[in-house]
Design a protein around this ligand. Structure first.
Ligand SMILES: *Cc1c(COP(=O)(O)O)cnc(C)c1O
Length: 381
């Protein structure tokens, strides 16, 4: 794991604390999840849910995940054997990659990619093959021919994150069809990271890759409660897949953590069943925050790319006279009292993302407004 030093989030969040800057770097909300769901967690503890739950997860949460997948995507997963509860989506991705890959196998991921992917693939002694997403008409997308060319006889899986962090792209049916066609033709497994499944805007709906023809049987679908319910500290995620795939993932998972924490599982089961109206309100509130931040960043002189989902806005810093996002974000606390994330750290080819900087909008309106006011110093606007 040499070369995987501290993450950019640790560096930038520490910088924010040191300099008293506003932190629009790391993507965690600054308000709490639904109150009744938080109470359920407390109740779970006081009523004795404090010992190891079963390895695959508490039956209540497995049933709630199954119902949720059926209701939202029309997909049926058996809570006994086709669903596994994990310590967040992070563990679900790691255990899936470790379960599916032999040393030397290749896993395709779309860059810029969520930083844990590269580390999980390295732990499996597999190789990450990056297919680059680029802005086309104001939206990051990939070239289907480049994706096709990235497949080799060693390719084992494609890691598909939609809604996509850090670009905010929500893959269209056409994009997903290109991925699905390739998975079927080349006998690949799809590992889908759907943690932002409910956080999409402008009426754009998330499509789960497993719903495409022939894909349910070759998809390891992953999601988590953290983003959906604004409880990123709960680290409660899940895997939905055919039994042989879930068995393989669970075989790894049992020796990583054995099982996930009990109280959160009961509370998340409640959330999935009772709090989706709260989530709908979160989603529309986030859309307003996105618009608020986009408008402010544009007024401050950034070129802004409109995300269709997630917590994040991508900006091009060149109109402000900067060329390197890493250099700018390291100076941003001193220049403007704001912390952001240089997008280039999410690439295997950093030069392709050099001029992009990511800002998070999952923050209180007054925090966004203050950040924008400060950022206007950059251009003297
Ligand atoms: C936040 C995030 C995760 C991590 O989810 P946890 O449930 O906290 O482990 C995984 N993937 C993406 C794309 C994320 O943004």
């Amino acid at each position: 794991m040499r070369g995987f030093g501290t993450t950019i989030f640790a560096e930038m969040s520490a910088l924010a604390v040191q300099t008293g800057s506003i932190n629009l770097g790391q993507g965690f909300p600054d308000t709490d999840g639904p109150a009744a769901m938080l109470d359920r967690a407390i109740q779970a503890i006081t009523s004795g849910a404090n010992q190891y739950p079963p390895g695959p997860g508490t039956p209540e949460l497995r049933r709630a995940v199954s119902e949720h997948r059926a209701e939202h995507y029309g997909l049926s997963y058996d809570p006994a054997g086709e669903i596994l509860i994990t310590v967040g989506a992070t563990e679900a991705v790691a255990a899936s990659v470790l379960a599916l890959c032999e040393p030397g196998d290749e896993v395709i991921a779309f860059e810029p990619y969520y930083d844990s992917y590269a580390a999980s693939i390295a732990l499996a002694q597999a190789r990450l093959v990056a297919v680059t997403m680029r802005p086309v008409a104001g939206r990051f997308t990939f070239d289907p021919d480049e994706l096709r060319a990235a497949v080799t006889p060693r390719t084992r899986a494609i890691l598909v994150n939609s809604p996509h962090n850090p670009t905010g792209t929500v893959f269209t049916r056409e994009e997903l069809t290109a991925i699905a066609d390739l998975c079927r033709e080349r006998d690949l497994v799809a590992i889908t990271d759907e943690v932002y499944e409910h956080l999409t805007f402008d009426g754009v709906e998330h499509i789960s890759l497993a719903t495409l023809p022939g894909m349910r049987e070759r998809t390891v679908a992953i999601s988590s409660a953290g983003k959906t319910f604004s409880v990123t500290g709960w680290k409660t995620g899940w895997v939905c897949a055919p039994a042989p795939l879930v068995t393989a993932v669970q075989t790894v998972k049992q020796f990583l953590t054995f099982t996930a924490s009990a109280p959160w599982q009961l509370a998340v089961a409640y959330g999935l069943r009772q709090e989706l109206e709260w989530v709908a309100a979160l989603r529309s509130g986030l859309q307003d925050k996105r618009d608020r931040l986009m408008e402010g960043l544009a007024a401050a002189g950034f070129e802004v790319l409109r995300p269709a989902g997630t917590y994040f806005v991508q900006t091009d810093i060149r109109p402000l006279g900067f060329a390197d996002g890493l250099e700018l974000t390291r100076r941003l606390p001193e220049l403007a009292g704001v912390v952001a994330i240089p997008t280039q750290v999410f690439y295997d080819h950093p030069e392709r993302g050099r001029h992009f900087v990511r800002f998070a909008f999952c923050k209180k309106d007054e925090v966004i407004d203050e950040a924008v006011t400060r950022l206007k110093r950059l251009s003297g606007a």
